[in-house]
Write a protein that binds this ligand. Structure first.
Ligand SMILES: *Cc1c(COP(=O)(O)O)cnc(C)c1O
Length: 455
């Protein structure tokens, strides 16, 4: 007889009607965004040309601890939330660990990841403001899919600039995005000045995330009643993703649990930030101490563990505001053998600040070790993790093994941010033994740091 069920359910009425804004509790705030041309703090007026008004307000809100989730959005969330919190009994047994492992699974919607939480919120506010179309970029495709779903629900046109190599390698992602009615353009393209410029200089290039961002921002600025939206990094995105942590906390409270260790993977920091923030609140306000927060990143894109805490551009085209964050430099591109996602050069300013101030630990994992954990997890828990999420799985397993050695029955919570059904090429290369690891040398990293602006 188990006293805790495999799945800890929340009813609709127990889910959060508000997001948690960690900025209200941080002892010191992240530094302000700077204008990319003047290096002066960005005026709200400039932000409003790029982003929707309500989202600008959320971005700058450092005082309201809780922000209401609008009723219409709560209704949409009900389609796929609350997401399951699952006790990994089978994995625990296989590892022979006394640790209790829980994971919060965000892959239960068609986009396959947590990204729909923020996509829906951003599209909702755009619609409310009377915006008629949105632009964005997508790399691997999860964000583009989530946004296409949200735009189709709320009735807004969407143009997705998809990094050309992904566009060609992932035809199924393209099909899903188009199914939801979005227009998808391989980037670089001849639809923008930035794109035409890049194509002239580098004909035949496969594109990059930074370049796709530049194209999407340019189109948003030039199209009447159009705005740009971003799927990670920003404070507003972490705010929307706090539903992950709020639900996890409420479900754990029902079974009288509180995690000793909380683990998440970090690309731009949004699923990790969203998962940890309601627990970090207890640490920041002195209600709890000793909780261990661990961010996991790829060894081939080691933003937190080997990056600099500096002002940097959020995109390669240098059209977006500068953020002070951990960064490898906007010119940094992970080595071509990297298959595990989480390839962004920067990190959320909030996560960066918490890490800089010592509230968070960071671990870098090599991709073959990450996929080894993914396969082990899939076999015991029946969910095929996204390669990104598998970074968190890796460290959760490592921590559980540590507990086996010390005999400590710690409670581990990790974020399983999504599923890996569109990443089967990466699984194939792991399974047939052709996947390799690459850890950038200090010299490789210096090249990226050389692109840091002198602020
Ligand atoms: C996009 C994505 C990530 C990385 O983004 P964060 O903003 O760091 O959360 C992680 N996992 C999945 C499944 C994703 O789609």
């Amino acid at each position: 007889m188990k006293n805790v069920p495999y799945r800890i359910y929340l009813s609709e009425s127990e889910t959060s009607k508000q997001w948690y804004n960690i900025l209200a509790d941080m002892k010191e705030l992240p530094d302000p965004y700077l204008h990319p041309a003047t290096f002066k703090p960005v005026e709200p007026e400039v932000m409003k040309q790029i982003f929707c008004e309500e989202l600008c307000a959320q971005e700058m809100n450092t005082t309201d601890r809780y922000i209401d989730i609008p009723q219409e959005l709560q209704e949409f969330y009900k389609i796929f939330r609350p997401s399951p919190l699952i006790r990994a009994y089978n994995l625990e047994k296989a590892l022979g660990t006394p640790a209790k492992i829980y994971y919060k699974f965000e892959g239960n919607n068609t986009s396959g990841s947590h990204k729909l939480n923020s996509a829906a919120a951003q599209v909702y506010y755009a619609k409310k403001q009377g915006i008629t179309s949105l632009t964005t970029e997508t790399g691997a495709g999860q964000w583009g899919t989530a946004l296409a779903m949200a735009c189709s629900h709320f009735g807004i046109d969407l143009t997705v600039y998809m990094v050309k190599v992904s566009y060609e390698q992932k035809p199924y992602r393209k099909a899903v995005i188009q199914t939801f009615g979005a227009k998808i353009i391989p980037s670089p393209s001849d639809t923008t000045d930035v794109g035409r410029e890049i194509l002239k200089e580098h004909p035949g290039t496969g594109g990059s995330l930074g370049c796709a961002i530049s194209e999407a921002v340019e189109t948003a600025m030039k199209t009447p009643n159009c705005r740009y939206v971003l799927g990670s990094v920003l404070n507003q995105v972490l705010l929307h993703q706090s539903v992950i942590g709020l639900e996890a906390k409420a479900a754990l409270e029902k079974i009288d649990e509180y995690p000793d260790i909380i683990i998440g993977c970090t690309g731009g920091g949004s699923n990790f930030g969203g998962l940890i923030s309601p627990f970090m609140m207890d640490t920041l306000t002195g209600r709890r101490s000793g909780t261990e927060f661990i961010a996991v990143e790829p060894a081939s894109c080691p933003t937190l563990t080997r990056g600099r805490y500096a002002y940097d551009y959020c995109d390669t085209g240098h059209v977006t505001p500068l953020a002070r964050m951990y960064t490898l430099g906007s010119d940094f591109i992970p080595s071509a053998n990297h298959a595990g996602g989480l390839r962004y050069h920067g990190m959320s300013p909030v996560v960066s600040k918490l890490y800089h101030d010592g509230y968070i630990k960071a671990v870098a994992s090599e991709q073959t070790k990450v996929f080894e954990a993914a396969v082990q997890f899939a076999k015991h828990e029946t969910i095929l993790p996204a390669p990104e999420s598998a970074h968190a799985v890796r460290v959760a397993i490592d921590k559980a093994i540590e507990c086996r050695e010390t005999g400590e029955a710690k409670t581990i919570l990790f974020g399983l941010s999504g599923t890996g059904y569109f990443d089967l090429n990466a699984y194939t290369s792991y399974l047939d033994g052709t996947m390799t690891d690459y850890i950038p040398t200090d010299e490789d990293l210096e090249k990226g740091f050389a692109s840091l602006p002198k602020v």
